[in-house]
Every structure is written in C-alpha cells, then in structure tokens.
Ligand binder design. Sequence first.
Ligand SMILES: C[S@@+](CC[C@H](N)C(=O)[O-])C[C@H]1O[C@@H](n2cnc3c(N)ncnc32)[C@H](O)[C@@H]1O
Length: 162
Amino acid sequence: MAVIRHDILREAPNELVGIFDYVISDRIVNRFTHDEFLYASKTLASFLAPGGCLGLGVKLGLETIDQQLMAAAKANNVQTSDFWDAGTSTIDYTAARSLLEKVDFDYGVVPREVILNWFDQRGREGRYSEADVGSVFRWRAFKTMEFPDTPATKVFSFEREH
Ligand SMILES: C[S@@+](CC[C@H](N)C(=O)[O-])C[C@H]1O[C@@H](n2cnc3c(N)ncnc32)[C@H](O)[C@@H]1O
C-alpha cells in the first residue's frame, strides 16, 4: 500500500490517471465551491480505469452550523446574504466570522478559538442537492447508499464507461 498526499484541486499526477478500479472520496467535495466540486470530481474520475467505479460521498444540504448561523443572523438582525449566497447555495464562513462568535457550537475538547480559526480558513463552500451531484457527470449513479451514522450523507456510485 502507498499513501500519496495530493491537493485534489491541482492537476492529477500522470502516474495515477486511468489505473484504479475503485476510487472513494469521503465528503471532500463538501469543502469546495461549486466550480471546485466540478474540478475535483473530474480529477477523481480521471483516476479510474475503464469500467472502474467512483464512490463520491456527499453531505447533502446545509450543515448544522449553517442552520445555527442563519438562526443567529435572524436573532441579531444580520442579513443572511452577508454570508450566504442563496443563488449559488454558497456559504462563506470568513464573512460570517463575527456571527460565528455568537453561535453556541460544541466540538468537544477542541478549544473554541481553534474552531473559529478553522471556520475562517474554510472560507467559501457550496451546499449540494442530489440533483447537483447528478449533474456533475454524464454517467448515471448506479447506486446510492446513506451513511449509517451521519444524517443526509450519501455515497453516489458512478461507473466509468468503457
Ligand atoms: C469533511 S472531511 C472528510 C471526512 C473524513 N473522511 C473523515 O471521516 O473524517 C473533508 C476532508 O477533505 C480534505 N480536503 C479538503 N480540501 C482538500 C483538497 N484540496 N485536496 C484533498 N483533500 C482535501 C480535508 O483534509 C478533510 O480530510
């Protein structure tokens, strides 16, 4: 077994292209804007050998923290459009920084300041529906499976055409 660290938003290393029967991606695309989602999905798919299968894990809809932010916006007379683009379903945690400080989130033992900085650096992320996932490839997802322990999270399995 080999472990290769690769930024999926950069060009795929030639030696990995077209050689894998299975590629699994677990909610990586949830960290991306819609354009990045498209780019990353195509790169992940490029790793497949003909007839290979891509399992794309995606959390659908809003994250809990997004819903908390929207509730905090309402309570504090802040426009959600300051950090949420409803047209493209994109959240911007950097723009929401001061509001995040008012949200009572719980990440266990991780200090609150660390979490706030983490959100700051996450910046803009798209939120996705099943239709968004379906529109990424010409291939049809032949199977979907829900994660048993994470709400609204599904793996969509795509088979590369021969
Ligand atoms: C929601 S987490 C995935 C959940 C993870 N598999 C787990 O079970 O904890 C998102 C993952 O995407 C990775 N990631 C974010 N941007 C990336 C990039 N440009 N290239 C590769 N991985 C990336 C992060 O390191 C993180 O591990």
